[in-house]
Design a protein around this ligand. Structure first.
Ligand code: CP
Length: 305
C-alpha cells in the first residue's frame, strides 16, 4: 500500500506484516541497535494541526531511528495562522520533496484530501473523530505481545465511542484480525449506525459490569469533554460510577486480562489512578510499542532497504 489513511486500508495479511515488522524493529532496539540506515536520504514531514504528545514524538523517534530526515511542522506559529489552506501547505511540502507526510488534523478526511495533492505517502495520525490507524496497530501489537494472539480475543472498548477515532480504527483493525469487539458505554455515546457501518460482528453493551468477566482486554477511552454537549453526558460523577474502571471493577476481569488506554487519560474519570498504574495496565508499554509500530509503517510504506 502507498498510504495509511484508514485501518480499513489494511487486509489481514498487510496488518500482520506490519505487526511482524514492528516486532523485528523492537528486537533490534532490544539488541542496542539504536539506528538503522533503512530510510537514509528520505524525508518525513510531521504535519500537526492538532495537539499531540505521544503520536508526534513517536513518529519523530521512529523516522530518526530509520535515519530519515525529519521536518516537524506545527500549525501554531506557521502561515496557517495567516489563513494558508491545507492544499497550499501541502504543495509547499511537496516542493520541499517530502517522501512521507504524517498528518494530524481536526477535520475528518483531511488525510484523504492531502493524498490527492502530494506525491509521497500519507499517514493518518488522527483526523477529527474519524480514525487513528497507527494507534489501532500499536494497540493490536500490544495485545498480541501480551496475550499471544488476536484471533478470537475478546476486547471491550469502553466509553466515549462517539467522539473516538481510536475506537473506530480499533473496530476496523481488530475485526480484520479476528478479535471479537464489544463497545460499551452510555447509549448517547455509542452511534449504532456508525458501528453497523464499520463492522457486522461488533457487539454493543450498556452494562460494563456484565462484560468484564468475559473480556481478555478492556480498553478505556478518554472522555472527550471538549467535544461534548450536555445532552451526551449527564455528569462526571454519574459517568464514572457506571463506566469508570476502578479497582473494585477491575477485579471482575479474568486474571490474565489486560487494561489499556490510548492516552491522554482523565485519571479519576474513566480510569482510577490505581488501575492506570497497576501491573495489568499496558499504558506505558503501548507508548513504547508505538515507536516500533511507526517504524514498521514508515519502513514498509517507503520501501526501506
Ligand atoms: N494516543 C494519542 O494519540 O495521544 P496523543 O494525542 O498524545 O498523540
Amino acid at each position: 500500500i502507498k498510504h495509511l489513511r484508514s485501518a480499513g486500508d489494511l487486509d489481514a495479511a498487510t496488518a500482520t506484516l506490519i505487526l511482524d515488522t514492528a516486532a523485528e524493529m523492537a528486537a533490534l532496539s532490544g539488541r542496542e541497535v539504536k539506528k538503522l540506515p533503512a530510510l537514509r536520504g528520505r524525508t518525513v514531514v510531521n504535519l500537526f494541526y492538532e495537539d499531540s504528545t505521544r503520536t508526534r514524538i513517536s513518529f519523530e523517534a521512529a523516522a530518526k531511528r530509520l535515519s530519515a530526515d525529519v521536518i516537524n511542522f506545527s500549525a501554531k506559529g506557521s502561515s496557517v495562522s495567516k489563513g494558508e489552506s491545507l492544499k497550499d501547505t501541502a504543495l509547499t511540502l511537496q516542493a520541499m520533496g517530502a517522501d512521507a507526510v504524517v498528518i494530524r488534523h481536526s477535520a475528518s478526511g483531511a488525510p484523504h484530501r492531502l493524498s490527492n495533492w502530494v506525491d509521497g505517502s500519507v499517514v493518518n495520525a488522527g483526523d477529527g473523530t474519524h480514525e487513528h490507524p497507527t494507534q489501532a496497530l500499536l494497540d493490536a501489537y500490544t495485545m498480541r505481545s501480551r496475550l499471544g494472539r488476536l484471533d478470537g480475543l475478546k476486547v471491550a472498548v469502553v466509553g466515549d465511542v462517539l467522539h473516538s477515532r481510536v475506537a473506530r480504527s480499533n473496530v476496523l483493525l481488530l475485526s480484520t484480525l479476528g478479535a471479537e469487539v464489544t463497545l460499551v458505554g452510555p447509549p448517547t455515546l455509542i452511534p449504532l449506525d456508525v458501528v453497523a457501518a464499520l463492522s457486522k460482528t461488533t457487539k454493543v453493551s450498556y452494562d460494563l459490569d456484565s462484560v468484564l468477566p468475559d473480556s481478555d482486554v478492556v480498553m478505556m477511552l478518554r472522555v472527550q469533554t471538549e467535544r461534548m454537549q450536555d445532552s451526551f453526558f449527564p455528569s462526571a460523577r454519574e459517568y464514572s460510577r457506571r463506566y469508570g474502571l476502578d479497582v473494585t471493577r477491575m477485579r471482575k476481569l479474568p486474571e490474565h486480562a489486560i487494561v489499556m488506554h490510548p492516552g491522554p487519560m482523565n485519571r479519576g474519570m474513566e480510569i482510577a489512578p490505581e488501575v492506570a498504574d497497576s501491573p495489568r495496565s499496558t499504558i506505558v508499554e503501548q507508548v513504547a510499542n508505538g515507536v516500533s509500530v511507526r517504524m514498521a509503517v514508515l519502513y514498509l510504506l517507503l520501501g526501506g532497504k
